[in-house]
Structures are given as C-alpha cells and as structure tokens.
Design a protein around this ligand. Structure first.
Ligand SMILES: [Zn+2]
Ligand SMILES: [Zn+2]
Length: 390
C-alpha cells in the first residue's frame, strides 16, 4: 500500500492531530458547538480567511477567494458530538459527562482546518473561491438545512462532504456516483383496540395481536414490494403496551424507521405502510393511527463530482480509492446535494490492528486511526488543486 500524504499536510500533522484531540476532549451537542465554532473561527481568521459565524445557529463559514475568477466550491465538516458516555481510557477522553465524539466529527473539523491552513499558504495558486463549511448538528437535527436557510449555498457551484469511516481500513477512500447514504424516516403507529379479560377474548380487539400482524406484514414491504437489487430497510425498534399477563391490551404503540436509497423506494414504503395499516384496521376492526415523519433525504452523489473525488483520492491512496463500505445510515449533507451537485465520501479510519467492524461509529469506545486525518486533509487539498488551481 503506497500512501502519498501531501507534504503541505504532513508538515501540519501535529496541528491536525492536536486539534482533533482538543475537540474530542471538549465535545458539544447539536447546536451547542460554541467552543468548537469559536476555535474554528479563530483558526480561520489566523489563516487570513474571511469568517462568518452564526450561520445555521452555531455554524461557521470560511471564505477564501483566489486571485483569479473560477468556480466556487464548498467543503464541509460537521462539528457535533453525541449524547453518550465515553468508556475508553485515552488521554484526551471527553471531559463532558454524557457527551462524546463517537462519530468522528472532531476529526472532520480538524481535517478541514488542516486543508484550509495548507491552501491559505498558497492562495496565489487558487483560481476561484473556496467555502469552508463547519456545520452544526448533523446527528439528527439537520444543521445543514439551517445553514442553507442562512444563505450558505449562495454562489456555490459544487459541494463536497467528508466522513471518517471505521468500517474501512486506513489507506482507503470510499466514493461512488449515485446514492451513498440512505433516506432515514421515522414512524409511529398507535393501535386503539378494545381491552378485556385475558380469558374472555370474545368482543375484544387485542392491540397486542394486531401489533404482531402489523410488524410481520411491514416486513413484506422489503421482501415482496421493493426491488431486491435496491436496498431498503423497515425496522420496528420499539413496542409499548399492555398491563399484565391476563389482560387483553387496548393500546399498543410501535416506533420504527425506514431506509431507502431512492426517493421512489422511499415513497413506495410510505404508500405500502398506509395500505397495510388500512387493511389490518379493517381486518380487526380497530382504529390505527400512522404518524410518518420525513427524516434526511437520500445522499446522492453527482457522477462528475464523484469522478473528481475518485481521481483526487487515487493520487493519495492509489488502489485504496474505490467502492465504499455502504450503510443505510442517514446524512444531512443530502440537503446540500439536493441544491447543488457534489459528492460525499468516506475516509477509512478503522483503528490500527483492529478489524474494521470492531470499533463501530456511535459506540462508547469509538476511536480512529489518526493517520486517516492526514489522508482526509490530503484528499481535500488534492481536490482543490485539481479543480481550482491556476
Ligand atoms: Zn453519527
Ligand atoms: Zn457522523
């Protein structure tokens, strides 16, 4: 494996790693990234980059204009941590109880600052404009939308988003055209039946039995309605109801999530849910409510932007650049990609000597191979050279 870290990035190694550890130690939740965005704003200012704070609440946008006109490209890092307790004993362990960088966003922020610093030193070679997006609240609250509402995408021609990816080894970069992350919707089903004595079911409408039918039938959407070549998921993750072993329950609530890579499948799942519930409602004579909430849309890479990224990644990791380890996770970078063409890509960061699946994202002992930070910064820098150099 031959990895060619860009020399400009290699010389910033200590800064990039210590920035990541600093942010790791002081994690902040969605829309509460005050210390992090202050750190980002200070660093960008010290590099001579124009800074706009408070973009999408706690977001920061750095703007670097080249000497010549050209495209405007946005590079994005998200900054938020997760509400969970860190359990490992690293020296830079979170000092905030119940808050932890368990997804790698500390690394994203450090990588993008590294790239910004490197490129700010050679601004004479820059043709066009760079926008550095430091985004709040990727984890569930859709910070990207708030940045878009505040005008962050005005004048932007293309956007790229980076994610460290512990499902892939160091020295790999995952990228592909088309869908790379799934639509992630949320649903709640409330069954209103009629309770009674467990020994006298006649005349009741057993909400537990109805729930069982719903759960089983919902699984036929994936197994019998969607094309098996196109991945989809329906998960019922929560079920609440009932009182005791000998009481027929009058109410049960189910909660779950659906995932799809295309808007067509997303709609098909939604439509089938409505039909299945209507059918079961009729069969059992109960009243069933469905609350369906659209979450993040699918993240769909533009073919040209994906090719740009693949070419840049090949110059850094050679054959390590290629098909990503895909998941049905959701990602709010998708909102940017609904507005402008661009590409979301994954930097292999599985901790050294560990199997790629043994330290997953969102686990309490999450950590990364920090060498991956230099790969990420280098890929971003290479992309800038390829697309915006004089
Ligand atoms: Zn995450
Ligand atoms: Zn993440």
């Amino acid at each position: 494996m031959s990895i060619k870290i860009r020399p400009e990035i290699q010389s910033l190694k200590d800064t990039i790693v210590s920035t990541r550890r600093d942010i790791h130690q002081y994690p902040e939740l969605a829309f509460d990234e005050h210390r992090t965005s202050e750190l980002v704003a200070k660093r960008l200012t010290s590099m001579g980059i124009d800074v706009q704070t408070g973009v999408g609440k706690t977001g920061v946008v750095g703007t670097l204009k080249g000497k010549q006109d050209g495209k405007t490209i946005a590079l994005r890092a998200d900054m938020d941590a997760l509400p969970m307790q860190e359990t490992s004993d690293i020296s830079y362990k979170s000092v905030h109880d119940g808050i932890m960088h368990a997804c790698g966003h500390d690394g994203h922020t450090a990588m993008l600052l590294g790239t910004a610093e490197a490129v700010s030193k050679s601004v004479d070679n820059l043709k066009g404009t760079l926008k550095f997006f430091f985004q709040p609240a990727d984890e569930g609250q859709g910070g990207a939308r708030y940045m878009i509402d505040d005008g962050a995408l005005e004048g932007v021609d293309e956007a790229y988003g980076i994610h460290l990816w512990n499902y892939q080894k160091y020295g790999t970069v995952g990228v592909k055209p088309g869908p790379i992350m799934a639509a992630a919707d949320i649903f709640k089903i409330i069954i209103h039946g009629k309770g009674g004595h467990g020994a006298a079911p006649q005349g009741t409408q057993d909400a537990v039995l109805i729930a069982a039918h719903i759960i089983q039938t919902l699984q036929t959407i994936v197994s019998r309605n969607t094309n098996p070549i196109e991945s989809t998921v329906v998960t019922v993750g929560q079920i609440n109801g009932g009182y005791n072993f000998n009481i027929i329950a009058d109410t049960v609530t189910l909660k779950g999530t659906t995932r799809a890579y295309t808007e067509n499948n997303r709609q098909l799942i939604k439509d089938r849910m409505v039909e299945i519930i209507a059918g079961i409602e009729k069969t059992f004579g109960a009243t069933i409510e469905l609350e369906y909430e659209d979450g993040y849309p699918p993240t769909i890479n533009d073919p040209v932007a994906a090719e740009n990224l693949l070419n840049a990644a090949k110059k850094i990791v050679g054959d390590g650049a290629g098909h990503p380890y895909l998941s049905m996770g959701g990602e709010d970078f998708s909102y940017f990609l609904q507005k402008v063409p661009g590409c979301y890509f994954l930097i292999g960061s599985a901790p050294q000597d560990r199997e790629p699946l043994s330290v997953p994202h969102h686990c309490s002992h999450f950590d990364i191979d920090e060498r991956a930070l230099l790969v990420g910064s280098s890929v971003y820098l290479q992309l800038i050279d390829d697309l915006l150099s004089v």
